[in-house]
Design a protein around this ligand. Structure first.
Ligand code: 1YM
Length: 650
């Protein structure tokens, strides 16, 4: 009888998992490599939750030679006893019930429930097999499998091979071990990317103070362990490596308000832009949201109050602006809360309105506590001095802008000469090619379809904007031209709605100079038009490196491997041309290889890990030669300058 009811329970549960397999996109967003990693993160999240709740302090993530992945923690172990309602073990519930992300009782798990909250059952549903071990005095074991049901011709997903069993094998270990084989019929690829996983594990280690995360890639025999006893303070220090900091130790605050746990670390550098990165329940919020807004207003308010209390700001003086206090600020804002709501273009913006006053309250209160600390007073004075300097530049820049506005007509005429605008008025369809060099620019102008393609040739190198003040940047002609062509404005005034071209395509030569120009432009977009990149409007054009021809046949190759293939295809008696630059191509070649939407190959620039990208930009574009050399040495290939932006083919 007991066996029967177990089976009945089973059927209901299995329907749930089969639905996941029918529409994986609905549960994990995509079946690309991103989706593949997602099912690993579901398991890692459970282990991190266990650590965040104080029951575990070590997690091991292993990529096995057979293509499977495993995660182990030293926590309490997933409950092995019978779940009263489901009539099966806790382990079985966790791996077969959809939305078991809600855990047994939410009292214990006050902050859990990751981004999608779909939980470990989705990993099971999308795996060929999955094996769990729970260590609690003895080893408990359970296995699941997906298989083709011959009678219906359909795949059954994540079916238990047997109920949870106590193997009676004694163990001193505590915790949970989960190993799974992603299903190759579900995902575009089932090969995990070690670099992506390492980046995220490192971030998780920063966000969870003291948690030791070990990564082992059996495929390459590579091992790395992360553990940061300083947590987000270490994170800020890491981000500021290679920058000159204005005071020794980052400021750190942590407090809870209205059930929202707020943790913030800040440190100023002599840079001119801010690098504020925020997280909710360990999930990066690249588009910011309510918590960031609360932090910003709290910071501005408490620092203005401090400046007044010290009489640095007199009664007649205006308040300093948030922008002034944030100049050169590096900060991590990490909050934990329940019922998280994400919004925005990429669903990485925190929508919960209650987060705003909570974070503002904690920021103001806790910074006030620090201001009273005798050893910290100097730090606050330094921040105020820096903000006052920033406000002076801001006022000067405003003047400069007013003058510029007065001579706008002249500027506009200059611009017209350079920019070959397109005639179409639909921004969604329009493309702007930013082209290296006048001769390539000329070819591009001849080749383009003027209805939707605009060409902006760059004469010299644009200014490397890293470490430059805004007013200096605005004096650079190339940069100014780009800004007016795009129509969005920059920095805090950036407005995506006014964007005139939905594809902004950087077209530079495939050599070191070209790579440098590309890096400078990407840095500019990243620092001053981040939303442009976030919303996926920035692309890199890919000119071919070779042309193989014989008679009427012309074949282009974009790298050495492709070249081999193309030579084979064209056959004996071919002639080979190597393009040193875009300028060597005539208009029709440029059109066919790089500009024609039907035949070209574009890469879309996306930022998956903004904090890491920021650090990389500092290293590559900043003025600390030592760090840069070290990085380039470690990544011998110079083309890695593009690494700060994850680039995907389009
Ligand atoms: C390698 C993956 O899943 N660890 C893990 C998961 C759980 C617990 C402990 C746990 C939670 C609770 C009580 C609770 C989970 N339990 C559940 C559920 N590592 C990994 N470690 N006891 C143990 O939430 O109260 C879901 S996850 F729902 F069964 F409680």
């Amino acid at each position: 009888m007991a066996k029967n009811s177990y089976k009945a329970e089973d059927i209901k549960i299995l329907e749930g998992l089969d639905a996941v397999r029918m529409r994986p996109g609905m549960y994990i967003g995509t079946t690309s490599i991103k989706g593949l990693h997602h099912i690993l993160w579901e398991i890692v999240d459970n282990a991190v939750d266990e650590a965040a709740n104080g029951h575990a302090d070590k997690i091991i993530v292993t990529l096995h030679k057979d293509g499977s992945a495993s995660v182990e923690d030293n926590g309490r172990g997933i409950p092995t006893d019978m779940h009263s309602k489901a009539g099966v073990s806790g382990v079985q519930v966790v791996f077969t019930q959809l939305h078991a992300g809600g855990k047994f009782n939410s009292e214990n798990y006050s902050y859990s429930g990751g981004l999608h909250g779909v939980g470990a059952s989705v990993t099971n549903a999308l795996s060929e097999w999955l094996k769990v071990q729970v260590y609690k005095n003895t080893v408990y074991e359970m296995e699941f499998k997906s298989y083709l049901d011959e009678s219906t011709g359909k795949v059954k997903s994540g079916v238990p091979l047997y109920p949870l069993k106590d193997t009676k094998v004694k163990t001193k270990k505590k915790g949970t071990f989960v190993r799974f084989m992603p299903d190759k019929t579900v995902f575009e690829t089932i090969i995990f990317n070690a670099e992506t996983i390492l980046k995220r594990l490192k971030e998780l280690a920063f966000l969870n103070k003291g948690l030791e995360i070990e990564f082992y890639d059996e495929r390459t025999d590579f091992k790395q362990t992360f553990k940061y006893d300083g947590g987000i303070v270490d994170f800020v220090k890491y981000l500021n490596e290679g920058k000159s900091t204005l005071y020794g130790e980052p400021l750190y605050i942590k407090a809870e308000k209205d059930k929202i746990l707020v943790e913030i670390a800040i440190q100023h550098t002599d840079a001119y832009v801010d690098s504020v990165y925020s997280y909710v329940n360990n999930i990066p919020t690249g588009e910011g949201g309510m918590h960031e807004t609360g932090f910003r207003s709290g910071l501005t308010r408490t620092l203005n109050d401090f400046a007044r209390s010290k009489n640095v700001l007199k009664e007649k003086d205006d308040n300093l602006l948030g922008d002034d206090f944030r100049e050169g600020l590096t900060a991590i804002v990490s909050i934990k809360m329940q019922n998280v709501q994400f919004e925005g273009q990429t669903k990485t913006k925190l929508g919960n309105p209650e987060a705003r006053p909570a974070v503002e309250y904690v920021t103001v209160n806790e910074l006030e506590v620090l201001q009273k600390d005798k050893k910290k007073v100097k730090v606050f004075e330094t921040i105020i001095q820096k903000a006052i300097a920033a406000s002076k530049v801001r006022l000067a820049a405003k003047k400069a802008k007013e003058i510029a506005r007065a001579s706008k007509s002249i500027e506009a005429q200059n611009l017209v000469g350079k920019l070959a605008a397109c005639s179409g008025r639909k921004a969604e369809l329009n493309e702007l090619f930013i082209v290296e060099g006048d001769s390539a620019g000329g070819s591009a102008k001849q080749a383009r379809v003027r209805q939707f393609q605009a060409i902006l040739p760059l004469r010299g190198k644009p200014l490397n904007v890293e470490k430059k003040k805004l007013d200096q940047i605005l004096q650079n002609e190339e940069i100014r031209t780009i800004i007016s062509a795009l129509g969005t404005g920059i920095g805090s005034e950036f407005d995506l709605e006014s964007l005139k071209y939905h594809k902004v395509i950087i077209l530079s030569d495939a050599d070191q100079d070209g790579a440098h120009i590309r890096a400078i432009l990407l840095t500019f977009f990243f620092r001053y038009m981040r939303e442009l990149v976030n919303a996926g409007h920035v692309y890199i054009g890919m000119p071919p490196l070779y042309k193989v021809s014989k008679g009427n046949v012309e074949e282009y190759a974009y790298d050495d491997n492709e070249l081999k293939a193309k030579i084979e295809k064209v056959g004996r008696g071919h002639s080979l041309q190597r393009y040193k630059g875009l300028g060597e191509m005539n208009p029709s070649q440029l059109w066919e290889t790089t500009m024609n939407p039907q035949t070209r190959s574009l890469m879309q620039v996306t930022i998956e890990d903004a904090a890491e990208a920021d650090r990389l930009i500092t290293v590559l574009m900043g003025d600390e030669v030592g760090e840069r050399k070290k990085y380039i040495f470690e990544h011998a290939n110079f083309n890695k300058t593009d690494e700060f932006a994850k680039i995907k083919h389009n």
